[in-house]
Write a protein that binds this ligand. Structure first.
Ligand SMILES: C[S@@+](CC[C@H](N)C(=O)[O-])C[C@H]1O[C@@H](n2cnc3c(N)ncnc32)[C@H](O)[C@@H]1O
Length: 373
């Protein structure tokens, strides 16, 4: 099967031997601001521009918050029979779009569901985990949310499909992934190089690791670090562990932890990088605030936090068609709260410094910050 996950591809982004630096945002013709992620070689000379994505003119999309459009969408979704139809529609659109783009969604799902993945559950599931209320909602068109084998089996195809959707102009799935994951990794590495005071990257925590795709990318990018993936879904973690066992063994094997990222129970000051990729939009505001606080507690002084998720300022998201955003909102119950949360302000209140926000692909921002030394 032609997969483009961490198990089968190493990132070789435009500037693999270099690190990137953020230029000051510049005004684009017509509308918003363009964020440039420019590549610099190891001597600090400017190299190839690897990303330049445009912001819309609004602070957030019109379909968020208390706007008439948002209320209309909310009313449509809260009408149960319509919600069920939307949910099915959203699912069908997701699967068909993925398969049209050569992501073998059904085949990948079947392969996991018919494997020995189930054997991993016992060793990974922690009986002491208490699920927060928001985690028990139907989610992403799954009635059991993230707590199901089907969600675990489909997660990698959904992730690949996301990258393809985000960079429609990419010539291949591989290229789309390189842009989405590569720019995110560059933003983390560059932030750490610039602000950590040369502290080594020894320990990395990937909160909300799902089936381990982001964790694998982090482990590939920082091979001398000890990387841990943490998630609330034992099914996702079982799939992550199962897939990782099938790949070529790493010098530093990844560890997997079943816990709530809001209160991990891990030791304070024990990580150099804490990453959360595409986690916040699945959470209500109170959980986002707790996740930011927990990241701060877990990081060593000089450590880097990196939150990547959809950007309220993305021009593409602000211009999304009403049909598409209604479908999207029907499977993402906390999108409104996510878009209305001032993430950078929360980080500042919690104590992070050097807070930087960068559109690392057309739809997503990566927000990085440092724990003061
Ligand atoms: C979209 S997935 C993340 C994808 C993954 N990080 C990647 O980049 O491929 C979001 C994940 O966050 C997890 N999650 C949501 N709330 C969480 C919490 N409070 N603690 C830990 N994990 C959480 C979900 O179980 C889900 O696996």
């Amino acid at each position: 099967m032609a997969l483009c996950g961490p198990a089968t591809h190493r990132l070789s982004l435009v500037c693999s031997k270099s690190h990137a630096r953020t230029r000051r945002p510049r005004k684009s013709r017509g509308s918003g601001v363009v964020h440039i992620l420019a590549a610099y070689d190891v001597t600090g000379r400017e190299g190839v521009q690897v990303a330049g994505y445009e912001e819309g003119q609004l602070d957030r999309p019109r379909w968020v918050g208390a706007t008439p459009l948002s209320r209309l969408v909310g009313a449509l979704i809260s009408f149960k029979p319509l919600y069920s139809l939307l949910k099915l529609g959203a699912r069908r659109v997701l699967i068909n779009t993925a398969e049209k783009k050569n992501i073998p969604w059904r085949e990948m799902t079947k392969e996991i569901l018919e494997s020995d993945v189930y054997k991993e559950l016992e060793s990974i599931q922690s009986p002491s985990v208490v699920y927060p209320d928001y985690y028990l909602n139907p989610f992403h068109a799954y009635d059991e949310g993230n707590l199901s084998w089907l969600a675990a089996a489909e997660a990698e195809a959904a992730t690949l499909s996301m990258a393809r959707r985000v960079v429609p102009g990419a010539s291949s799935l591989h290229e789309a992934n390189e842009i989405v994951r590569g720019n995110w990794l560059q933003a983390i590495e560059q932030h750490h190089l610039q602000y950590s005071g040369n502290s080594m990257i020894r320990d990395i925590l990937d909160i909300g690791c799902s089936v381990g795709v982001s964790t694998g990318y982090l482990a590939d990018k920082f091979p001398s670090a000890k990387v841990t993936g943490l998630d609330l879904s034992p099914y996702f973690l079982a799939a992550a562990q199962f897939k990782e066992k099938k790949r070529f063994p790493r010098k530093n094997p990844i560890s997997w932890i079943h816990a709530n990222g809001e209160d991990t129970g891990l030791s304070s000051n024990s990580f150099d990088i804490v990453s959360m990729a595409y986690v916040h939009h699945e959470c209500p505001k109170r959980a986002i605030v707790n996740l930011v606080k927990e990241a701060f507690r877990l990081l060593r002084p000089g450590g880097t936090v990196a939150f990547t998720d959809t950007s309220p300022k993305s021009k593409i998201l602000q211009e999304l068609s009403p049909v598409l955003f209604t479908l999207m909102k029907s499977t993402e119950p906390f999108l409104d709260e996510y878009y209305l949360t001032d993430l950078e302000g929360t980080m500042r209140e919690v104590g992070f410094v050097n807070i930087r926000t960068l559109l690392t692909d057309p739809r997503h921002r990566t927000v990085t910050g440092t724990v003061p030394r």
